[in-house]
Design a protein around this ligand. Structure first.
Ligand SMILES: [Zn+2]
Length: 244
């Protein structure tokens, strides 16, 4: 079976002091049968998402399945674009997010759209949603976080959403912004025990090797300021081994 996996929006692990950046990974998995999207990014990522889908020749109406890692705004901001899709969400996450006034990142607008749409609530671990694509439960960041395991030429490529937000979390099996640190540790260790390659919620592809975790590309962001203000700031993170 031919399966192509492409990143449509690059995740970024940085934080700002004026609010969440919310730059989350979005990926498309194309098999011979279906087009599957993993997460939809924040609304601010919409132009990039659409542009990169156009480059691959895929129209939003041609997305058959959207797997949502969890229901935070930076992963659900574009659910409105995928009107023909079946949305795969963990049952636990659905009931966690429904009517939740404590978690400020839950996307209530997306919830309203999802309630009116086609939602497929996954109750169990290890659920095959399409041939070669399996959802596993990876709680911690939120109670119902899921990851998608892509069976790729005898390797497992795992798209984790915020179960693993970045390379540091993958290396240390811990991180900030988790509701349950023990569950996060278990989830990250499980991902590491299965995966050859990991796409975190806010980082680039990471390959797990005998020598450690290797980032497959550099992360760069260009921030432009209006004319007359001071300069252009480039922030670049070099790829390489993560040393814990
Ligand atoms: Zn996120």
């Amino acid at each position: 079976m031919t399966t192509a996996v492409d990143v449509l929006c690059r995740g970024f692990p940085g934080k700002a002091d004026v609010g969440f950046l919310g730059w989350a990974s979005v990926a498309i998995i194309r098999t011979e049968q279906v087009n599957v999207l993993f997460d939809t990014g924040a609304q601010g990522a919409r132009p990039v998402l659409l542009q990169n889908m156009r480059k691959l020749g895929v129209d939003p109406s041609e997305i058959d399945v959207v797997v949502l890692s969890h229901l935070h705004f930076d992963h659900t901001g574009n659910v409105a674009l995928f009107r023909n899709a079946r949305f795969v969400i963990s049952r636990t996450e659905w009931y966690y997010a429904m009517g939740n006034d404590q978690d400020v990142c839950v996307d209530k607008g997306a919830m309203e759209l999802l309630v009116a749409g086609k939602v497929d609530l996954v109750p169990d671990d290890d659920t095959e949603i399409e041939p070669g694509l399996k959802v596993i439960l990876t709680p911690g960041h939120t109670p119902g976080c899921v990851s998608l395991v892509v069976d790729k030429e005898r390797e497992a490529w795992i798209l984790t959403g915020d179960a693993v937000k970045n390379r540091a979390e993958l290396a240390t099996a811990s991180g900030p912004m988790t509701l349950d640190p023990a569950a996060t540790a278990r989830s990250i260790n499980r991902v590491k025990s299965i995966a050859s390659r990991v796409l975190p919620g806010h980082d680039c592809w990471l390959r797990l090797t005998d020598d450690g975790i290797v980032a497959e590309e550099g992360l760069s962001v260009r921030i432009n300021l209006p004319k007359g203000m001071d300069g252009v700031f480039d922030l670049v993170i070099e790829p390489g081994l993560y040393c814990s």
